[in-house]
Design a protein around this ligand. Structure first.
Ligand SMILES: CC(C)(COP(=O)(O)OP(=O)(O)OC[C@H]1O[C@@H](n2cnc3c(N)ncnc32)[C@H](O)[C@@H]1OP(=O)(O)O)[C@@H](O)C(=O)NCCC(=O)NCCS
Length: 238
């Protein structure tokens, strides 16, 4: 998970977000994101899992103390913020496919699943430290060598309360950076409903070219809505 608009959770070293100290037969694990009230990120979750496995495998260790830096032990997970932002966007009408919010466990499973897909990157946008939106970058499946240079942007959204602060623009620019530098892509594709005016201005403002319109793209409240298809070459000067 990559973040824009605030502290990047993945940019901290594992040793920073989880402090591991062993003395005598005791390992002390300190969740160390006091500025986020030690809320769990996927990186913190992985670091904690590894540290617990290490302690379990170390026959000298007989006890583990789990604590948190600052005044709060743990405020839950960034996943809660992501789910709340998603629900708000769905209720407002721009919830990347969902027309009404699914039960919370379905959303949590969805986001956990996204984080596990190897050829996908999740970029989150934070407003005042709280996750308020996200965008996903996917590579073509590995068997599709002919299109290995192309990626797709999907599910870009910002919660209604966080719009107009430049978060979507920053997230899409971060997606483009990952596409170029991590996946070596030269083209990004996306499609959206013709009614998503803010998104159309966002992408056209970032030089995405519309190459077609599908007249029967989506059905919203019983009405058929057309959709626009865009691409952007990353190897061209802006
Ligand atoms: C599209 C969306 C992601 C924009 O989020 P945002 O954080 O408010 O966007 P930003 O503040 O980064 O604005 C970037 C650009 O988007 C466009 N934009 C954003 N809100 C707009 C609005 N209400 N009307 C027109 N253009 C708008 C503008 O071009 C803006 O550039 P500017 O500030 O220089 O004018 C958000 O409105 C949203 O989540 N909509 C519903 C979901 C959706 O349509 N997703 C896209 C499907 S892939």
């Amino acid at each position: 998970m990559t973040g824009v608009g605030g502290t990047e959770p993945g940019s901290q070293g594992e040793g920073d977000i989880l402090i591991v100290e062993s003395e005598d037969a005791v390992t002390r694990l300190t969740l160390n994101r006091p500025e986020r009230r030690n809320a769990f990120t996927i990186e913190l979750y992985r670091a904690l899992t590894r540290a617990l496995e290490d302690a379990n495998n170390d026959h000298m260790i007989s006890a583990v103390v789990l604590t948190g830096s600052g005044s709060v032990f743990c405020a839950g997970t960034d996943l809660d913020d992501l789910c709340e932002a998603t629900e708000a966007a769905i209720v407002e009408g721009g919830g990347f496919g969902w027309l009404k919010p699914p039960p919370r466990h379905v959303l949590e499973n969805y986001w956990n699943g996204v984080l596990l897909i190897p050829d996908r990157r999740l970029v989150v946008g934070r407003l005042d430290g709280t996750i308020a939106g996200s965008a996903q970058l996917s590579k073509a499946p590995r068997n599709n060598e002919a299109q290995s240079f192309a990626g797709t942007i999907t599910a870009a959204f910002v919660a209604p309360w966080a719009r107009g602060h430049g978060l979507a623009r920053s997230m899409i620019l971060e997606v483009e950076r990952l596409a170029r530098e991590e996946f070596n892509l030269v083209v990004l594709n996306l499609d959206l409903r013709a009614t998503q005016r803010a998104a159309i201005s966002l992408y056209e403002g970032l030089n995405y070219r519309r190459w077609g319109t599908h007249p029967v793209y989506a059905r919203v409240n019983g009405e058929i809505v057309p959709g626009h298809y865009y691409y952007k070459r990353l190897d061209e000067q802006a």
